[in-house]
Design a protein around this ligand. Sequence first.
Ligand SMILES: C[S@@+](CC[C@H](N)C(=O)[O-])C[C@H]1O[C@@H](n2cnc3c(N)ncnc32)[C@H](O)[C@@H]1O
Length: 244
Amino acid sequence: MDSLTVGLENLMRENVVNRHGSLAHSHSIYNPLSERSLRGWYECSRAVAHLLTAHHIDLAPLRILDLGCGTGDWLRWFAELRGSSDGLTGVDYNAEPLAWARAVSPIEYVQGDMSKIGKLLSNRQFDMLTAFVSFMFLRDLDEVAVVMRQARQLTTKGGYFLIQEVNGKRHEGDYSGYPRAALQATIEAAGYRLLGARGLFKHVFGIRRLNTAWHVYGWNRALLPLIEWLPGTDVQSLLLFQTD
Ligand SMILES: C[S@@+](CC[C@H](N)C(=O)[O-])C[C@H]1O[C@@H](n2cnc3c(N)ncnc32)[C@H](O)[C@@H]1O
């Protein structure tokens, strides 16, 4: 395993599971301390590590802006990996998770709507923008395009955009995600090209319980390579882009 993946796996164990003792047994995947959320986060962080190392991306010098950062979990991971919270910024329109995020780390948080990100952070430049399951709360792909055009303006030449999003058949409001190809095309139209992609939370043979994240991690992680190899449907995608 590469060092970034090992680092992320150690962080998961030492800084997440141990820090909070036994995991909360809430079934909400959006409760950052719930068992389901942590397992999902674990699988996603593994995929993030693989994508970044495959493309030789060193997080350390990058100024990173996280769109829809919520409680700032991803930014804190980046800070721990880099050994510093300098150069990390989160945006969310919801005051409650930001208050929590501000209380636990010195990372910069800005309250506001990502569809107005150009105005909110005018004259700022970032080397990487990220969006972890936050675009599904935008109205539709037209609004995604609005956000991405502004995101492009805030991104340095050669900078990156990393997104985790639900693969929806069609966008039907919050949580429903977008068809992957349409989301990719919308991002590319704003001036990005796809560098790499990973599927997340695969359902094997269409069986919801035979899933790479929620169930397999719990009782037998050794089965993961087999499940990854079997045919199935990815519930979410992780897409990495670079500016044209
Ligand atoms: C499912 S949570 C994900 C939080 C975080 N990215 C994570 O992965 O832990 C989605 C977040 O996006 C934020 N959000 C949704 N639409 C937004 C918008 N238009 N502008 C800013 N934040 C938004 C919500 O407030 C929420 O915190």
